[in-house]
Design a binder for this molecule. Structure first.
Ligand code: ZN
Length: 84
């Protein structure tokens, strides 16, 4: 991740640990996604629920880099809107 925006020079990480707040957005994205994937796995496979959750987790893993990136973007927008 760049330290500053190459276009406008905005410094992304305002303070140490700044992106810990992005975990709220990652959680908000991941929980419904995991639920939907679990239900899809249950509907298609008819396994036990823990097996469906495990299958959903395996399917979910490739989405983690995308979720981390966009949760940081959402956190940046949220934080800048509250405290510019
Ligand atoms: Zn910029």
């Amino acid at each position: 991740m760049n330290e500053t925006c190459p276009d406008c020079g905005l410094r992304f990480e305002r303070e140490p640990g700044y992106f810990i707040g992005a975990m709220y957005f990652a959680y908000a994205i991941s929980l419904p996604l995991g639920g939907v994937l679990s239900v899809i796995a249950w509907y298609l496979l008819r396994w036990q629920i823990w097996q469906c959750m495990l299958a959903a987790f395996v399917v979910y893993l490739p989405f983690v880099p995308w979720i981390v990136r966009y949760s940081r973007v959402l956190w940046l927008h949220w934080d800048r809107a509250i405290d510019p």
